[in-house]
Design a protein around this ligand. Structure first.
Ligand code: BGC
Length: 549
C-alpha cells in the first residue's frame, strides 16, 4: 500500500528485503534438501524424483566416434553431430531454432515430435547429405529390412529436458511437463519411441539410441572434458529451468532393484530438484512468488525452480516493479505497457540490469523503454536495479543450497586422494573450465603410459598458457608426500550461470555458510561451464548404448 512521503528508493529497499535469504535459511534448507534427496532414493512418488538414469559410469575423455544429438530444451531445439576425438576434445556441428510456442501446447505429442524429425532431416541434408542420400537410394525392400536391423544408421542421443522415468538407456516415459510446455497427450508415453516413429516416417538413417536428461548430459560432458584425477560429481542447469544430476552409490538407491551381474556400484541420478520443497516448508514465499505461481502453467509444482530459474525470475521482477511503481512521481507506465503482460521481462533483462554500472544507468533505462514501454529516470532505474540484485542474489543462494546438499551428501569433502609428484592450484583459480587439474598425473599405481600421457598433456597445457588459451598458472612441480584433499568437480550450464553477473560468486558465498562445507570446503569445489553440455552428453550416452548392444 502507498505510504505517504515514501520514495521509490525507500520502497524498493523494503521490497528487496523481502528477498533476503539469510545464513540460517540456507542452513535449514540444505538439511531439508538432503532429507528430501534421501526420501527420493527410497521410494517412488517422493517430492524429489531422484530418477535412476541407467548410466553407471562416467566418461574419461578417451571416448571416440561420430554421434547425432537432439536437445529439446525449455526454449530452443538444437540438432548436432558430435565427433568425439578421444583426447577430451570434440568437434561439433549444430543448428538451433526456437521452439514455436504453439508446439509447446500441441494437441498431440506427434505434432511436436514430427517437428523435431523434420529439423533432423534438414540437418542431415545440410551436414551429412551423403549418408542420407545413399540410404534413400536403397531399394524399398532393403529399406524395410534396414528399419529392422538399422545397420549403418547414425546413432542419436536425445536430450530431453523434462522429468521422465527412465526404463533403460533408450526408453523413458514422460512424468509431467514443466517450464512452458503442456501437451497432456505425451504423458506416460515412451519419448524415444515417439521420436523414432517420426524419424522413420521420413526415412532417415537414424536410430534413437539413448535418452538423457540435460543435467545427466551436462555431467557426462563435463566428465569427458575435465577428466583427470577427479571424477565429476554433479551436472547442474541454471537456465530456463533448473535441475541437477549426480553420481550416487547404488547401495543408497534403495528403490531400485538391480539384476545386472556384476551389479554396478554407482549410477547417475536425476534429482529433479526443481520440485524440492513443493510444500514450502523452508523455501521463501513472497507475495511476488505467490503471484508467479498462481499465474503459472503448472501451479503448486516446481516451487524451487520458480525461485531460481530464468523462466520465472523476470516474472518475479515484474510483480516487484508493479509493487514499487506507485511510489514514483516520475515513472511513466502506460496502460498498454507490457509491464502488465505475463512473461514480458526476459531474464536477459536481469543480467543487463545487474551488470549496468554506468553512472546514469543508461542500459536499464534503455531496456525499460524499448522492451516494456516504461519511461524511468535515474532514481526509478536505481530502485529497479535494487530489486534485480535482490532477486538474483536469492536465486543464487538457493542454487547454493542445492549444490551444498549434493556435495555434503556425497561425502566427497571428507575424502582425500593419494597423489605423488605434483601439487595443484587453489580451487578459486579461474577459469575452471579447462584447468590444469585435468592434467595432473594419477597416483603412481597407474600404468606408466598413463603417467607419461598425462605428463605430456600437462606440458601441452603449460605451453597453451603462453598462447593465452588457459588462464590458470601451471601446477608447480613439487614433491607432495601426504594425501591431498579431493577436489569436487561440478559441471554447469544455462543462461543464468553464464550471463548473470557474479552468479557463481553468490553461490559460493552461500556454500561457505553451510556447516559441512565452510571456507575450506568451498575452496575445494570446482565449478566449470560444460559448454555444449547437453549435445556432447547425449553423444556420450548414445555411444554407451551403442557399446551395450
Ligand atoms: C525439468 C528438468 C530439466 C530442467 C533444466 C526442469 O524444468 O523438470 O528435467 O533438467 O528443467 O532444463
Amino acid at each position: 500500500m502507498k505510504k505517504p512521503g515514501m520514495s521509490i528508493i525507500e520502497r524498493a529497499k523494503e521490497v528487496a528485503e523481502e528477498f533476503e535469504y539469510g545464513e540460517e535459511d540456507v542452513q535449514r534448507a540444505t538439511k531439508h534438501f538432503i532429507k528430501q534427496m534421501n526420501e527420493g532414493l527410497e521410494r517412488d512418488g517422493a517430492t524429489m524424483g531422484q530418477i535412476p538414469s541407467y548410466v553407471t559410469s562416467v566418461p574419461n575423455g578417451t571416448e571416440k566416434g561420430l554421434y547425432l544429438a537432439v536437445d529439446l530444451g525449455g526454449t530452443n531445439l538444437r540438432i548436432c553431430s558430435v565427433d568425439l576425438l578421444g583426447d577430451t576434445k570434440f568437434s561439433i556441428l549444430q543448428s538451433k531454432c526456437a521452439i514455436p510456442s504453439e508446439l509447446m501446447f500441441a494437441k498431440t505429442a506427434a505434432e511436436l515430435f514430427a517437428f523435431l524429425a523434420t529439423k533432423i532431416e534438414v540437418f542431415l541434408q545440410t551436414h551429412h547429405s551423403e549418408q542420407l542420400l545413399s540410404h534413400r537410394r536403397k531399394p524399398m525392400e532393403i529399406l524395410n529390412q534396414n528399419s529392422l536391423n538399422r545397420e549403418g544408421f547414425l546413432q542419436l542421443g536425445f536430450t530431453f529436458s523434462f522429468a521422465f522415468e527412465q526404463h533403460a538407456l533408450n526408453r523413458g516415459s514422460l512424468l509431467y511437463w514443466t517450464k512452458g510446455f503442456n501437451i497432456p497427450d505425451a504423458i506416460g508415453k515412451d519419448i524415444c519411441g515417439l521420436l523414432q516413429e517420426e524419424i522413420d516416417k521420413l526415412r532417415l538413417p537414424v536410430t534413437v539410441a539413448a535418452l538423457v536428461n540435460d543435467t545427466v548430459g551436462t555431467l557426462l560432458a563435463r566428465s569427458y572434458e575435465a577428466s583427470g584425477t577427479t571424477k565429476t560429481l554433479l551436472g547442474a542447469i541454471f537456465g530456463t529451468g533448473t535441475n541437477g544430476a549426480y553420481v550416487e552409490k547404488m547401495s543408497n538407491l534403495k528403490k531400485m532393484k538391480v539384476s545386472d551381474n556384476p551389479a554396478p556400484t554407482e549410477m547417475i541420478v536425476n534429482t529433479e530438484w526443481g520440485s524440492f520443497d513443493n510444500e514450502l516448508s523452508v523455501l521463501p514465499n513472497t507475495p511476488y512468488d505467490i503471484a508467479v505461481d498462481m499465474e503459472s502453467l503448472h501451479p503448486g509444482i516446481q516451487m524451487f525452480e520458480k525461485r531460481i530459474s530464468g523462466l520465472y525470475l523476470g516474472e518475479i521482477l515484474r510483480y516487484a516493479i508493479l509493487a514499487i511503481a506507485p511510489f514514483s512521481t516520475t515513472m511513466i507506465i502506460r496502460e498498454t505497457s507490457l509491464l502488465y503482460k505475463q512473461f514480458s521481462i526476459d531474464t536477459s533483462f536481469l543480467s543487463t540490469a545487474a551488470a549496468d554500472l554506468t553512472s546514469d544507468l543508461s542500459a536499464i533505462r534503455q531496456e525499460l523503454a524499448q522492451t516494456l514501454g516504461v519511461e524511468a529516470n535515474h532514481e526509478d532505474s536505481e530502485a529497479i536495479r535494487r530489486l534485480v540484485l535482490a532477486i538474483g542474489r536469492r536465486a543464487a543462494r538457493l542454487a547454493g543450497v542445492a549444490i551444498a546438499a549434493v556435495v555434503i551428501k556425497s561425502g566427497r569433502l571428507s575424502q582425500s586422494t593419494p597423489r605423488t609428484n605434483l601439487s595443484y592450484p587453489a580451487a578459486e583459480d579461474k577459469p575452471s573450465l579447462i584447468s590444469t587439474y585435468s592434467f595432473l598425473p594419477e597416483a603412481s599405481t597407474k600404468p606408466a603410459i598413463n603417467f607419461f600421457g598425462r605428463f605430456f598433456q600437462w606440458i601441452r597445457a603449460f605451453f597453451l598458457q603462453w598462447t593465452g588459451r588457459l588462464a590458470p598458472k601451471p601446477a608447480i612441480i613439487a614433491p607432495v608426500t601426504s594425501d591431498l584433499p579431493e577436489i569436487v568437480d561440478i559441471g554447469v550450464d544455462g543462461s543464468l550461470i553464464e550471463h548473470y553477473p557474479d552468479f557463481e560468486a553468490l553461490i559460493r558465498t552461500a556454500l561457505r555458510e553451510v556447516d559441512g562445507i565452510g571456507l575450506e570446503g568451498e575452496k575445494r569445489i570446482r565449478i566449470g561451464i560444460a559448454k555444449d553440455g547437453s549435445g556432447v552428453g547425449a553423444a556420450l550416452v548414445a555411444r554407451m548404448a551403442d557399446l551395450r548392444t
